[in-house]
Design a protein around this ligand. Structure first.
Ligand SMILES: [Zn+2]
Ligand SMILES: [Zn+2]
Length: 555
């Protein structure tokens, strides 16, 4: 009896999923792909992607990465990522190459780390030279502090922050070529890099400021006023049944941007206002008064913050209608609609804007082949060609920093995809060091003498597929292979006779999935994969989450 109940529940889920798939298929008119000024992520052919990647991370010589060397180097890379070692530039290999990652090469003894260097002392200093405008300084300092603590918890190492002078580990943010000959590359792609222990640049850690730095779950915005002053926005949040991923003016007629500080605004009603120049200014002599638009400056009228009259690029406004007369001004806060990358120095989106003659009221992926969301920062992209990417989940500064500091202490990349030291960025909410990371760092510095691991925080021992009795959360056939899911891990096989590969992190394949799923299946007709967890459903085309997902199922 119980088995028939089980199967009918399964059927309901399947029907529901098919309906949801149907909803996602509304045909959008194709728009031409254009070249955005200041965009380094020009679409490249798979071969170009592969050559660039193998040169940068596997030492394949730039001009002589010919057929023979290419095949061998490609196999090395495929081995590193537990891919089938075909030596061919296949789709899965290219997918891995396109993922956001650390800029340090994967091959030992190449480029950065000629020998196994380590610090000859256990007390190290660090200094934060610059802060990204994406986050509060407090939040940044805390992220770095916690990232060092990851390593000091399991070794005798101690880290002390200094405010000036030369520290062992100098931390900074930079864009493109930033002074060390290892340029960053705009949004996504390379996220950060660090140098192995040593004098001078040794130990230094650099973060690409064309990324949107967050704590891994969207913008970190501290609200003002409202009934939740000083708390952080919760993205996404639910308002009138719709989810919002950034601050919004919806529901207000005064144009002020607001957000909810809990997920469900409709039930809890906790909110505050997002930083905006119409709410307050910083510094200057205007006593924090909001901008007054339009204002006059040198006889010209301004309807928004400007960098005119300044050489430092900071955006400012007058706090009365006539700057020439009153000389009263303040600096504009980073607004919650700030853009990332592009060519607008983080300036906010302007809605509506026109692009190729069409009007847009929200961020769009039109004109791009990579599906990234962007907006214009003036009323007309067609006239001004000023733009930036729209905020997304961003990258966790804490996780990326903890990884980079691993390099700064002498660790190389790990082939264990569950390790912090794996080269590809993977967001995990409840972060724990893997046994592989702990083994690596303790090989260099020994175990901590006075800091026993609290039992609940101990390392997770990766499961062995054959030696342990594992009850899987889900098993699914996806693209001709079988996937076994257990918590945040997945094993994969294309051949039932061979031992499955893994464990790998589920998030390596489907980065938006939660730490545990209940069910998964592939819809072979649509070539889409559907996942269930709790009352939510995720639909993927290959490894890309379909827009609008996850959705909440209401059965
Ligand atoms: Zn790295
Ligand atoms: Zn650098």
């Amino acid at each position: 009896m119980s088995s028939s109940r089980g199967s009918s529940a399964h059927l309901v889920l399947r029907l529901l999923a098919l309906q949801l798939l149907g909803c996602g298929l509304s045909a959008a008119a194709p728009s031409p792909i254009i070249r955005f000024p200041g965009d380094d992520t020009v679409p490249k052919s798979d071969k170009e992607v592969a050559l660039h990647y193998l040169n940068k991370f596997y030492g394949c010589p730039q001009d002589r990465c010919n057929l023979m060397v290419l095949k061998d180097t490609l196999k090395k890379m495929q081995k590193f990522f537990s891919l089938p070692e075909t030596g061919e530039i296949d789709q899965r290999t290219v997918e891995i190459m396109k993922k956001p990652r650390c800029g340090v090469p994967d091959v030992a003894n190449y480029n950065f780390f000629p020998s196994k260097p380590k610090w000859g002392k256990n007390t190290l200093t660090y200094r934060i030279l610059g802060h990204t405008p994406d986050l509060d300084e407090e939040v940044i300092d805390d992220a770095f502090f916690r990232a060092f603590k990851v390593w000091s918890d399991v070794t005798p190492l101690k880290f002390t922050r200094i405010m000036d002078g030369e520290a062992d580990i100098m931390i900074n943010f930079g864009r493109n070529e930033h002074g060390d000959g290892y340029p960053f590359d705009g949004k996504d792609g390379l996220l950060a890099h660090a140098f192995a222990p040593g004098q001078g640049i040794g130990g230094d850690s650099h973060f690409d400021d064309d990324e949107q730095w967050t704590l891994g779950e969207g913008q970190v915005v501290k609200v003002k006023f409202g009934n939740a002053e000083g708390e952080f926005c919760k993205f996404p949040f639910l308002f009138m049944g719709q989810e919002y991923n950034s601050c919004t003016t919806q529901g207000r007629d005064d144009g002020f941007l607001w957000c909810s500080t809990t997920y469900n605004f409709d039930e809890e009603g906790k909110y505050g206002f997002c930083p905006h120049e119409l709410l307050f200014t910083l510094g200057g002599n205007g006593d924090g008064a909001p901008c007054k638009f339009p204002f006059t400056f040198q006889g010209e009228k301004y309807h928004g913050c400007t960098t005119e009259g300044r050489s430092d690029g900071y955006r400012w406004c007058a706090t009365t209608e006539d700057y020439d007369r009153d000389k009263s001004y303040g600096f504009c806060p980073e607004t919650a609609l700030s853009t990332v990358g592009g060519n607008s120095e983080g300036g906010p989106c302007t809605f509506p804007f026109t692009f190729l003659g069409n009007t847009y009221d929200a961020c769009t992926s039109s004109g791009r082949s990579d599906g990234k969301m962007w907006c214009a920062t003036t009323k007309s992209y067609d006239e001004d060609r000023k733009w930036g990417f729209c905020p997304d989940q961003g990258y966790s500064l804490f996780l990326v920093a903890a990884h980079e500091f691993g390099h700064a202490l002498g660790l190389e990349h790990s082939q264990d995809t569950t390790a912090l030291m794996a080269p590809i960025y993977t967001y995990t909410k409840n972060f724990r060091l893997s046994s592989d990371d702990i083994r690596g760092i303790q090989e260099l510095y020994g175990a901590s003498t006075d800091k026993p691991l609290p039992p609940t925080q101990g390392p997770i021992t990766p499961m062995d597929f054959c030696d342990e009795d594992i009850i899987f959360d889900a098993v699914a056939q996806i693209r001709g292979e079988t996937f076994f899911f257990k918590d945040r891990y997945v094993f994969q096989t294309s051949n039932f006779r061979a031992k499955p590969r893994g464990p790998m992190l589920v998030k390596t394949f489907w980065k938006e999935l939660p730490d545990r799923i209940d069910a998964a299946y592939e819809n072979p007709l649509e070539k889409k994969t559907v996942f269930f967890a709790g009352n939510q459903v995720w639909v993927y085309s290959a490894n890309t989450l379909e827009r609008g997902y996850p959705k909440t199922t209401t059965v």
